[in-house]
Write a protein that binds this ligand. Structure first.
Ligand code: SAH
Length: 403
């Protein structure tokens, strides 16, 4: 294998539409309708009617969850055969599938290049949310987050993001897209990675997810969480119109600089100004401010009062997250009383302030506990590993010869 093939190319390749698989077939998942039509024409299908066929394929892929072209009975038989030869409708591989005692389910997903990320399904009584990853690893290094201890390996592309939703739907048996009563009713972009650092792929994937003739999860049921990439916030609102959640976690820059280092680039004042301008806000559509409760760091009544002051004028709700521990984490969760007192101050100021019940802690699926074994390796690392392997091989051979 060449170095080129081993080192993932973060910026360029994944977003090229109609990327051929190693066997030459083109992956349809993650393409827009227009791109599907183009791919059909590029594969030699007639231009006339390509748009209609793309729409038919869309229906089979995203409304029915069908992956087998031979079962697409609204298409002519010979067309189905040609499609099967040239195209593919994939899913990430579920390398591990863990179920928590509380019903939460976590999949470790392996993508075509072997990199891994996680997604988590959190069922409620009559609905459920899927927590979707946007990157393998993360660049943000938030001090309390387990994913933050991984380096960014690469962005996920639209197929890999939408593939997480498809896989969960497969597992829940929710094909064709049920109009109501779904156990996958909501999407939260709160898995591994910072979605606003991978906006183009996330936006493309979410537009597919929101399409009414396919997966059909409306923007009102999708929440994108960001640690505060200020310049992308407006675009997110204007282009996607999804609910916004902000990982605020501190009310003073000196503390936030440490626990969410992105704050050094985009301080609290700028972040809140971007929030106040988020398109489409109203009392019925509020921004969620996530606040992880860290003992002795950000959890005093004075912090709560300062939070209330900062949020003035922004249609907001607050979500208090008890800190979820992970091996060697440098923090502890605040006491129940500190969390209750904090919540009460925020609530009495007129904001809803529920405490998020941790879900899936036993399988390390709760907020901030996601981490895969994918590690970013530099070319130098890879060369060093190769050299070490070669040396070991040479030594083994030499030992064999002399023995
Ligand atoms: N990068 C985005 C998306 C990740 S969302 C963001 O920061 O918003 C994951 C959420 O879980 C964030 O609110 C994050 O701050 C929170 N979180 C991370 N580590 C946590 C932990 N150990 N305990 C509780 N919440 C945590």
């Amino acid at each position: 294998m060449t170095l080129q093939a081993i080192v993932p190319d973060i910026a360029a390749k994944p977003d090229k539409p109609a990327l051929p698989l190693p066997d030459g077939r083109v992956e349809l998942l993650g393409l827009t309708r227009g791109e599907i039509a183009e791919a059909l024409i590029a594969a030699g299908e007639a231009e006339k009617g390509a748009k209609m066929r793309a729409n038919q394929l869309w229906h089979w892929i995203y409304h029915r969850g069908q992956r087998d072209f031979s079962q697409m009975t609204t298409l002519a038989k010979d067309l189905r055969e040609r499609l099967a030869q040239r195209f593919h409708i994939g899913r990430p591989l579920a390398a591990r599938d863990l179920q928590s005692s509380d019903g939460t389910r976590k999949w470790l997903l392996r993508f075509a290049d072997g990199e891994e990320a996680e997604s988590v399904h959190i069922p409620e009584e009559d609905r459920g949310a899927l927590c979707v990853s946007s990157q393998v690893g993360c660049t943000l290094t938030c001090r309390f987050c387990h994913t933050g201890t991984m380096k960014l390996v690469r962005n996920l592309n639209a197929a890999e993001i939408v593939g997480q939703v498809m896989l969960a739907r497969d597992a829940l048996g929710e094909w064709p897209s049920p109009p109501d009563g779904r156990m996958l009713s909501n999407i939260v972009m709160m898995g591994m990675g910072e979605p606003l650092y991978n906006f183009d792929h996330v936006a493309k994937a979410l537009k597919i997810v929101m399409d009414g003739e396919g997966i059909a999860i409306s923007k009102r049921r999708i929440t994108l969480s960001t640690a505060g990439v200020v310049p992308m916030i407006e675009r997110c609102g204007a282009e996607l119109g999804v609910n916004l959640a902000i990982s605020l976690h501190a009310v003073r820059d000196d503390i936030r600089d440490v626990i969410v280092p992105l704050n050094r680039k985009y301080p609290i004042k700028d972040l809140l100004a971007a929030c106040a301008n988020y398109p489409g806000l109203s009392n019925a559509r509020r921004i969620t401010f996530e606040y992880v409760m860290l003992k002795g760091v950000n959890d005093t009544p004075a912090d709560a009062r300062e939070l209330v002051r900062l949020l003035k004028g922004i249609p907001a709700k607050v979500n208090l997250i008890p800190f979820n521990a992970w091996p060697d984490a440098p923090y502890e969760c605040s006491s129940d009383k500190a969390i209750r007192d904090f919540s009460e101050i925020v609530f009495n100021a007129g904001y809803s302030s529920p405490v998020r019940t941790p879900r899936g802690r036993d399988i390390m699926a709760a907020c901030g506990q996601l981490k895969s074994a994918s590690v970013k390796r530099s070319k130098a690392d890879i060369l060093r590993e190769q050299a070490a392997k070669e040396t070991a091989l040479a030594q083994a051979q030499a030992a064999g010869l002399s023995a």
